[in-house]
Write a protein that binds this ligand. Structure first.
Ligand SMILES: Cc1cc2nc3c(=O)[nH]c(=O)nc-3n(C[C@H](O)[C@H](O)[C@H](O)COP(=O)(O)OP(=O)(O)OC[C@H]3O[C@@H](n4cnc5c(N)ncnc54)[C@H](O)[C@@H]3O)c2cc1C
Length: 563
């Protein structure tokens, strides 16, 4: 058996190690275009920010160590330029010597990754514009910062890498502006959740220009000007382009392998391409969305590593299946942790998938133990079965473990009723007797059981002020501190029972408090007294996150003008 692996980082290196562990006799050759194999691309922004101090720490393993441990023929600075499927050989070029040759194969595992998307606009090749994909890219950015001491930067694109770079540039004292074409950062999240992030970026001195794309770059006395579609001209010392990645599909395409609609290499659940002798993994492939069964691409390290292992299993005759991705991800953004898993609202709507959403705001641990922080959880679930479809969580503490619980629940096709029941570790420094996951489960299950009728912020946009009345259940000092919604009746929850006689049974009452808990209690009171009522999901806190969009979409509705 002669196995060729193309690409030596996340998927490729994993596949190589696994293949060797399963087959001591196989001949395994690993081709890597660059100088390094198995390096920590995910650590690159933190190396630039000097959170990771030593460059060597980025090397998960060295070529020599890997060679010694796994007896693999590793060829760095070596590019595979073509796959000749008829003759079962690849064309190879040594990028140092220029030498070219052919290498025969029995099987191939392709793991060429994805390349940063480069818009072909004026000025794109100017010196001070950087991409970040590998160690040489991070060297270039870090050297520029170390030597030129830039004062300001523009990060184009507000996804994972853009946000991580914005934070790390800010940590290095560089005044940073993010330009993002969408009206929010972090496209995997929904608008109202992402708005917590933009507010936090602002607090940390990072400006966000949202809803605007870049038109061109120009030089300006050694500095750079970023010209946006809405005619902003942003002078800066450097720009980082992080507007997404596209699969490196050239080899596969030229070899006539089937390519999916999104440009990724099509693979089966065993990671086999349309050619039974060629497998493909990682950022370059299209895979199945575990929740919906649709085709998708998830350029993340977790799936790439798992798929590398699975492809190696199958190549070596052990059947192994990749059941799909749920896109679980987490990102640190200054003091916030932002995480998501499964589907988001835009995706569910676009694909006509029925869903309900709940919002909860819970403490990361018992409020009486110091250091508890609130986390916002948005949970999606099926209206008919309660099956969990996705979640987004933002907060300062304990977000990563909660998203992992929900990711596990999705993988186990669990429902919101299971979330109610989950017995999770509790002591005051870590959680509450009702963990935020349980709370999210309770609220979602309450909705399904009809114990509460919720209204989500986006349903408020078209609401008729003649038939609906808002009731603010918070205490007066909370209104002073956090603001209020014009036109809402103010009845603090403790007064609701005695003031119920002031209410008109012909109206629908939309109750809200800070986060939704008192709204639920208020709902139970009014509904049992025969009133039509709804609880504003996630309370005033979620409403505030969505306020801009509500204002933009219904500017003439006086009711929603939050102060
Ligand atoms: C800055 C940054 C931060 C990231 N942070 C995270 C994170 O926090 N969490 C997360 O889950 N994911 C993160 N990712 C994404 C993650 O790194 C990728 O999803 C993962 O590395 C994909 O693995 P892969 O094997 O498909 O491709 P890669 O790891 O990119 O490896 C592909 C390799 O193939 C080589 N290659 C391509 N074509 C050829 C050829 N023809 N011949 C020889 N060699 C070739 C390339 O040089 C490259 O080294 C980050 C990525 C970047 C760039």
């Amino acid at each position: 058996m002669k196995l060729l692996i193309i690409g030596g980082v996340a998927g490729g290196a994993t596949a190589a190690a696994r293949a060797r562990r399963l087959n001591e006799d196989a001949e395994i050759v690993l081709f890597e275009r660059g100088e390094y194999i198995s390096f920590a691309n995910c650590g690159l922004p933190y190396y630039i920010g000097e959170v990771i101090k030593e460059r060597d720490s980025l090397l998960v393993t060295t070529v020599n160590d890997f060679k010694e441990r796994y007896a693999i023929d590793i060829r760095i600075f070596t590019e595979v330029t073509a796959i000749d499927r008829d003759n079962q050989q690849v064309a190879v070029k040594n990028l140092k010597s220029g030498e070219t040759y052919h290498e025969p194969y029995d099987k191939i595992i392709l793991s060429p990754g994805a390349e940063p998307f480069m818009p072909m606009i004026e000025g794109i090749h100017l010196d001070n514009i950087f991409n970040l994909r590998n160690i040489p890219d991070s060297d270039r950015i870090k050297t520029f910062i170390d030597e030129k001491k830039p004062e300001s930067a523009v990060v184009v694109g507000g996804g994972f890498i853009g946000l991580e770079m914005a934070e790390n540039l800010a940590v290095r004292g560089v005044k940073t502006t993010i330009v993002e074409k969408l009206d929010q950062v972090m496209p995997s999240l929904d608008f109202e959740m992402a708005s917590f992030m933009s507010a936090h970026l602002k607090e940390k001195g990072v400006e966000c220009i949202l809803g605007d794309g870049i038109r061109s770059f120009s030089e300006n006395n050694g500095r750079l000007t970023v010209n946006t579609e809405k005619s902003e001209h942003l002078d800066c010392d450097l720009a980082i382009l992080s507007i997404g990645v596209k699969p490196e599909n050239r080899l596969a395409k030229n070899a006539g392998l089937e390519i999916g609609r999104r440009g990724g290499v099509k693979v089966s659940a065993t990671m086999q391409t349309s050619d039974p002798n060629i497998y493909a993994v990682g950022d370059a492939v299209e895979i199945t969305d575990y929740v919906t069964g649709f085709n998708t691409m998830t350029p993340l390290a977790g799936p790439a590593n798992k798929q590398g292992r699975i492809a190696a299993d199958n190549v070596m005759g052990r059947r192994s299946i990749f059941r799909g991705t749920i896109g679980t991800s987490v990102v640190k953004m200054f003091d916030l942790t932002v995480a998501s898993t499964g589907a988001n609202e835009r995706f569910l709507i676009k694909n006509d998938i029925p869903f309900l959403a709940s919002y909860t705001h819970s403490g990361s641990h018992a409020s009486y133990y110091p250091g508890a922080e609130m986390m916002a959880i948005k949970l999606f679930f099926s209206p008919s079965t309660g099956k969990i479809l996705g979640a987004q969580i933002i907060g300062k503490e304990g977000v990563d473990k909660r998203i992992d619980v929900i990711a596990t629940a999705i993988h186990g096709t669990m429902t919101v009723y299971n979330l109610e029941e989950l017995e999770l570790a509790y002591a005051p420094p870590y959680s509450s007797a009702k963990d935020p996951i349980n709370i999210a489960g309770f609220v979602a299950a309450n909705i399904l059981k009809g114990d509460i009728r919720n209204i989500n912020w986006n349903e408020m946009i078209d609401i008729d002020p003649e038939t609906n009345v808002l009731i603010d259940l918070r205490n007066p000092d909370e209104l002073k501190e956090a603001g209020w919604i014009n036109g809402a009746l103010h009845i603090p929850l403790p007064d609701l029972r005695k003031r119920v006689k002031e209410l008109d049974p012909g109206k629908n009452y939309i109750l809200f408090c800070a986060i939704g808990l008192r709204g639920y209690v208020g709902y139970r009171i009014l509904s049992q007294k025969g009133f039509k009522a709804q609880n504003l999901s996630g309370g005033y806190k979620t409403f505030l996150g969505a306020k801009e969009k509500i204002m933009a979409e219904s500017p003439d509705t006086p009711l929603w003008k939050a102060e």
